[in-house]
Write a protein that binds this ligand. Structure first.
Ligand code: ZN
Length: 82
């Protein structure tokens, strides 16, 4: 108990700038996607068919965005090891 340990991660290297950029993009895209889904749920049944359709397109776009971002991050990690 109470033994001071070095909390610095030893094995994993600090993510590089590109990794951070991709991770941020992924986080942003994921947030955008859940926002769009929330909007869709909120307006379900209370909005015109056209508006609902537009919202669904937004959700699809946002999902594609986050999938692309996830893929780019995964690819970077496997290629770069960080
Ligand atoms: Zn990297």
């Amino acid at each position: 108990m109470g033994v001071a340990v070095n909390l610095q991660p030893q094995r994993e290297p600090e993510p590089c700038t590109e990794h951070k950029r991709l991770a941020k993009r992924f986080a942003d895209a994921t947030r955008g996607y859940s926002d769009a889904v929330a909007q869709l749920a909120k307006h379900r049944g209370t909005t015109s068919e056209l508006d609902y359709y537009k919202l669904r397109l937004l959700v699809d776009d946002a999902r594609e965005d986050s999938e692309t971002a996830a893929l780019a991050l995964e690819r970077h990690i496997s290629k770069h090891g960080c």
